[in-house]
Design a protein around this ligand. Structure first.
Ligand SMILES: [Zn+2]
Length: 243
């Protein structure tokens, strides 16, 4: 789970700090956008084609943000419960920042506690999703946006954060229903942003550089989780279980 440290590190570096190489690599979205515009600006003759192209990709034009609908969720079956706007930053991912990580967290508390603190503007941190032990999922921040969950500006910009109710030192926190729902959610995220299903791209908060957080802890069964995510990923779309 995030904490005030997250807030500090997110806000302490408003312009990013000297991570030029990684920054540009992660901003491939911007490069794609630049290329598209380059193509559209070739000349008057290209206008008809460009218009057609823009009809499909209108949201890639600078200054045009993707349409958002109140209450809309990115994961099928998730319940929209808005986090406080102080705990995330508006963005336009994956076009301004490429998404290539999923970060697994454990709340160190219950589902209701997570919802309560993520709705609290004073908390300074929140994740995109909270998974309850019966498999119910709340989405609190759109995947378009940067959630303050990993305690690192870089990781926040490139990742989707998933909280799981329970405690790192209690194995029984992590139920079958929770593993399955969370794996379905992660499989969907990996599919949406073409993220490989492996431990390099699906990581624990503990693995974020510079963190002092230990979640999801020793009882989180990574082998099982990755197996479930792969199973969901490989399931033909039409037989996919509702999330
Ligand atoms: Zn965490």
């Amino acid at each position: 789970m995030g904490d005030e440290k997250t807030e500090q590190s997110e806000r302490a570096e408003p312009g990013g700090s000297g991570d030029g190489g990684a920054e540009s690599a992660r901003r491939r979205g911007l490069t794609r956008r630049a290329l598209l515009l380059g193509g559209a600006a070739v000349g008057v003759g290209a206008v008809v084609v460009a218009h057609d192209e823009l009809g499909r990709l209108w949201w890639r034009v600078p200054g045009v943000v993707k349409k958002r609908k109140e209450g809309e969720v990115d994961a099928r079956g998730a319940q929209w419960i808005a986090a406080s706007g102080a705990n995330w930053r508006r963005a336009d991912r994956p076009d301004d920042y490429e998404i290539d990580r999923v970060v697994i967290h454990v709340v160190q508390g219950g589902y209701r506690t997570a919802l309560k603190v993520f709705k609290d503007p004073g908390h300074g941190a929140a994740a995109h999703y909270v998974v309850r032990k019966d498999g119910h999922i709340a989405q609190m921040i759109r995947e378009l946006d940067v959630a303050f969950h990993a305690g690192s500006r870089d990781m926040n910009e490139r990742s989707v954060g998933i909280e799981h109710e329970g405690f790192v030192d209690k194995k029984e926190s992590f139920t079958d229903a929770m593993y399955e729902a969370s794996a379905r959610l992660t499989a969907g995220i990996c599919e949406r942003y073409d993220i490989p299903v492996d431990r390099e791209h699906i990581i624990g908060h503990v693995e974020v550089e510079g963190t002092d957080h230990t979640d999801p802890g020793p009882h989180w069964d990574w082998e099982r989780y990755l197996r479930l995510v792969r199973r969901e990923r490989d399931r033909p779309a039409r037989t996919k279980a509702p999330a």
